[in-house]
Design a binder for this molecule. Structure first.
Ligand code: ADP
Length: 990
């Protein structure tokens, strides 16, 4: 191509080489599809240009063909006779082309598999693209010979006559009379031909380099890198003119090529039919031995004997036939070695994997999809692996095949042929060094020999000088190679040690992971068992609480009634109070247990309320200040001046936490003070509840957070409590994402700290006007039917709803409820879920079935586990309420389902309904009693006030109104108002 460029444009050869090489790179980077297209499009032009000159020669100079067959060459007429030596030389040239057959086989990979083996078209394609190449190749050789003859006849010097440009210039001279046009066509033809050849060669070369280096270095920088590398080597060789030297050593090359192809053919045509080698050809390196002595051995032996003959070692007579000799040796050696080794080294492991039957397989490393033929099973990764990933892996050490690596095979051979001590000596570091050095020296020697041939090709007389210089260069390079070989051996050794260490660590890690997995599985199982147990416990507690709550409510209700009953003698009142307190205690316990089970069962929902934190805290502080004062201790409340207007948190849960802690602080403190301090920074609030009470012993500090656990000590037992408060407090705090801690000194007091994230509300909602008490509703009178087997509950509903203007009907069980609904058509039915006989749900469904669609139904249940807030699509019920009934919730629900509009009382203050405001000076008991009450009020002794009021009630029954009003004030711990009312009354009395 460079010659054509020179001929065409007068481009100097060395620039022509660069252009010819560089132009190939962008064409090849587009990949095989682009290359095939390029070949296809250029093929017709190429064929026409190829045939055109021969047609012209046939027309204008038909005699030249005959002349060519009678051409004797330089030897004249003598050249027409057969010369054995020249025949040998010519065969050498032909044999050097034999390697092409190997490449042709590569192309046959693209031939689709035959559907039918008798398909003649397929066989024709196989034969013409494979061995049939020889027919075309022979024709090409003859055409070349003819054109060279023609060139010589046209006075082209013999050494130039074999150049394609010169040949075709002469040939195109027959087609075009103008030498310029002939030159143009010659250039075009040569350039097209060369581009077609070069792109394919460069592509195949880049793949060959890529395969070679990926195996050697276990890395794959990409095919383009190898393409550039390939082209660069070709360019260097061209620029250095090495090809002329190669021509001289063509004999050697042809021997090696013949030895290689000979060994292959012998295996195919002799070994396979004789059963000396397996019937199919295996291509996957993962299934092959690194070296098969049949192929490698036969080739090396044939090449060695051929080269010995080529260099005259076997006498003059045989010398020209060195390639033939090599071919013969290969043909004999291959079956002989196969027989001797019993064909053991063909296949290193069997294929057998069930995914081979699949259409495609995904490589477990690169995750690309391949045909099963291009992948194999990798035991190191325990999955299918593609051939590239298989070549690149450096860590598996070919664990897929036993003793099939090059080093193992060499070791095995040495062990079989040499005494033991020599084998271990050969496996030493020094032996490795010597082997590496020999390899380096061989390569350096080979390159220098090439240079020698190249230099002496033109140098003539300077040959001895060049020879001695190259020897000196060889010695110097050998020293450098020695150092490099040593470094290489050491690096190999340390990399082996590192790999062994990493493998050891990997094994350790793998076994550790296994152990962790086992522990994990056990933990998981234990967790599941624990969760199941906890769920069962929660179910049990919830069920139990429901069973307890109903009778308890009755006990509590009757105890309250009895306490107010005037006919009960005062000395019995204490017993009734004990009953009430015990019931309250039990009720507290049930509430606490329910809270705990709800939290444990994960059914606890944290609300995100907008809380006006300042008002919230002030209210709380006011409430506890009164309690503290009542108990005769001080109460300290410190909060930062700058608190957010509102924060997001679950208001009722936060209140529950603080109330629990503050109640404890006051409960366990006899003198001194209790304090609530609040700090707020970066959206985190810290509540510190401190007291100067009895304190907690260090060993109790953890215990007190456990359910039913109370600290030890006589004073504690005296205080009422369930031992659940702190458990709930901690659970709530943690569920809300906060933390709680406690420090305490016995006899000095305790400090509980709660930290919670209370994020600030950026734009708080304006405060809703305070709602007044509901007095009634607008619109026509509505009827409500309550169905409950519990008379107390029925009465309660009566009490709540009648004053608001509702007609309230009641039913004791489901069937009477249905009858009542049929008769009275109430607007709303309140149905208890658990009723004897027909359950609330059954009654609700029956109502709907009976066509009472316009009647609203609210379900009532004491079962905390039942979550029937979710309304069913068939609208059996309209709402759900928990017992004991929260009046506000009940009224809210009624407003929602009946769409009523409440009417409210006018604000209380304006009509003076504040407790105590109704009193006048005439209601007052004697002044002495008032003084006593004021004194008790000043010291905040609530129990003392209660006792005094009881005394007044007993002694002065006419002042009942006074006692009742004051009791109401005291019961809300509003001592300020208590003092104010007493002060005002005394003032009025004077
Ligand atoms: P309860 O107060 O109903 O007994 P808690 O769970 O609230 O249950 O408290 C558990 C125990 O922790 C209490 O019984 C008490 O022994 C101890 N304790 C809690 N708060 C304080 C405090 N401020 N000072 C001393 N002891 C306390």
């Amino acid at each position: 191509m460079s010659l054509a460029l020179e001929l065409w444009f007068g481009l100097p050869l060395f620039i022509g080489y660069v252009v010819s090489s560089v132009v190939v790179i962008p064409l090849v980077t587009h990949g095989i599809t682009f290359i095939s297209r390029l070949q296809l499009w250029t093929q017709p032009i190429w064929v026409v240009l190829h045939v055109l000159p021969f047609a012209a020669i046939a027309i204008y100079d038909a005699g030249s063909f005959k002349e060519w067959t009678h051409y004797g060459g330089r030897a004249g007429a003598e050249g027409l006779s057969f010369n054995l030596v020249l025949f040998g030389a010519a065969s050498t040239v032909v044999f050097s082309l034999i390697a092409q057959i190997g490449e042709q086989v590569d192309f046959l990979r693209f031939l689709p598999s035959p559907h039918d083996r008798r398909n003649l078209g397929w066989w024709a394609a196989l034969l013409s693209a494979g061995p049939g190449w020889m027919v075309l190749g022979a024709a090409k050789l003859l055409i070349g010979s003819f054109l060279a003859f023609l060139a010589i006849r046209h006075a082209i010097p013999a050494d130039k006559a074999a150049e394609p440009t010169q040949m075709y210039l002469v040939a195109f001279g027959y087609v075009f009379s103008s030498p310029q046009v002939a030159l143009g066509f010659t250039g075009a033809f040569v350039i097209i031909s060369q581009i077609k050849i070069n792109v394919t060669n460069a592509y195949a070369g880049s793949i060959a380099w890529s395969n070679f280096f990926s195996r050697l270095t276990h890395s794959h920088p990409g095919r383009v890198v190898w393409l550039v590398f390939n082209v660069a080597i070709a360019l260097t060789l061209m620029e250095l003119g090495i090809f002329r030297v190669l021509e001289r050593i063509l004999g050697l090359y042809s021997i090696v090529a013949v030895a290689w192809v000979g060994a292959l053919v012998a295996d195919l045509v002799i070994n396979k039919p004789l059963g000396l080698s397996p019937p199919h050809i295996e291509f996957k390196r993962a299934h092959l031995y690194d070296i098969n002595p049949v192929g490698v051995g036969a080739m090396v032996l044939a090449a060695a004997i051929g080269i010995a003959d080529f260099s005259g070692g076997l006498g003059d007579l045989l010398q020209p036939f060195a390639p033939f000799l090599a071919l013969a040796v290969a043909f004999v050696a291959a079956p002989a070695i196969a027989f001797a080794t019993r064909g053991r080294f063909y296949i290193a492991r069997s294929a057998g994997a069930d995914w081979r039957t699949r259409k495609s397989v995904t490589c477990c490393i690169c995750e690309h999809t391949f045909e099963p033929e291009d992948s194999t099973f990798c035991p190191a990764y325990a999955g299918p692996i593609c051939s590239l990933c298989c070549s690149l892996d450096a860590r598996c050490h070919d664990c897929c095949k036993h003793k099939a690596r090059f080093s193992d095979q060499i070791g095995g051979l040495l062990a079989a042929t040499l005494p033991g001590w020599t084998v271990s000596a050969l496996n030493s570091r020094i032996a490795h060094f010597l082997a590496t050095l020999s390899l380096f020296s061989l390569v350096i020697g080979g390159v220098l020999t090439l240079i020698y041939f190249q230099a002496t090709f033109t140098a003539g007389a300077a040959t001895p000088v060049i020879g001695s210089t190259l020897w000196t260069v060889f010695c110097i390079l050998s020293i450098i190679a020695g150092v490099a070989a040593w470094l290489f051996v050491l690096a190999q050794e340390s990399s082996r040690v590192a790999q062994e260490e990493s493998r050891r660590q990997t094994t350790l890690l793998t076994s550790e992971i296994e152990a962790h997995k086992r522990t994990d599985a056990k933990l998981q199982k234990a967790k599941e068992t624990a969760e199941a147990a906890s769920k069962a416990k929660s179910r049990y507690v919830i069920g139990l609480s429901h069973e307890l709550r109903t009778p308890l409510n009755a006990i509590l209700g009757y105890a309250q009634l009895l306490e107010r009953d005037k006919t009960i003698p005062p000395r019995r009142l204490n017993a009734i109070k004990v009953v009430r307190r015990s019931a309250e205690h039990l009720s507290g316990l049930i509430d606490g247990l329910l809270d705990i089970s709800k939290i444990e069962a994960g059914r606890f929902h944290v609300n995100r309320d907008e809380v006006r934190i300042v008002e919230f805290l002030d209210q709380l502080a006011d409430m506890f200040r009164l309690q503290a004062t009542a108990k005769g201790i001080a109460f300290e409340f410190i909060r930062p001046d700058r608190l957010p207007v509102a924060v997001f948190t679950d208001e009722s849960r936060l209140r529950q936490i603080l109330i629990n802690l503050l109640s404890n602080a006051i409960k366990f403190t006899e003198r001194g003070r209790a304090a609530l301090r609040v700090r707020y920074r970066n959206q985190v609030a810290e509540f510190e509840i401190e007291d100067t009470g009895i304190g907690i012993r260090p060993e109790d500090l953890h215990r007190i957070f456990e359910p039913f656990e109370r600290a030890h000590g006589p004073s504690i037992r005296a205080e009422p409590g369930t031992g659940l408060g702190l458990t709930i407090t901690r659970m709530l705090t943690e569920t809300m994402g906060g933390e709680i801690s406690v420090t305490s000194t016995v006899g000095k007091g305790s400090v509980f700290r709660v930290r919670l994230l209370l994020s600030e509300v950026a734009r708080p909602r304006p405060v809703a006007a305070k709602e007044n008490r509901i007095r009634g509703y607008r619109g026509p009178q509505l009827t409500v039917l309550v169905a409950d087997d519990d008379a107390v509950h029925r009465d309660l509903i009566h009490e709540i709803l009648m004053p608001l203007g509702f007609i309230v009907l009641s039913a004791e069980e489901g069937s009477s409820c249905l009858d009542l609904v049929d008769q009275c058509h109430p607007d709303l039915v309140l149905l208890d879920v658990l009723m004897p006989g027909m359950s609330g749900w059954e009654a609700a469904r029956a109502l709907r079935r009976a066509g009472h669609d316009r009647t609203a139904i609210l379900m009532l249940s004491a079962n905390a586990s039942e979550n029937s807030e979710v309304l069913t699509p068939d609208r059996v019920h309209d709402g759900y309420l928990m017992k004991p009934i929260d009046i506000r919730q009940l009224l809210d629900k009624i407003r929602a389902v009946l769409k009523v509009e409440w009417t409210y009382d006018v604000p209380e203050q304006t009509i003076g309904t504040v407790p105590g405001a109704r009193l006048s000076a005439t209601d007052l008991p004697p002044p002495g009693q008032i003084d006593d009450l004021m004194r008790l009020g000043e010291i905040g002794y609530v129990r003392g006030i209660e006792a005094k009021l009881l005394e007044i009630e007993d002694n002065f029954p006419e002042h009942q109104v006074f006692v009742r009003e004051l009791r109401e004030i005291v019961s809300s711990f509003d001592l300020k108002r208590y003092m104010a009312v007493l002060g005002a009354l005394r003032h009025d009395a004077h």
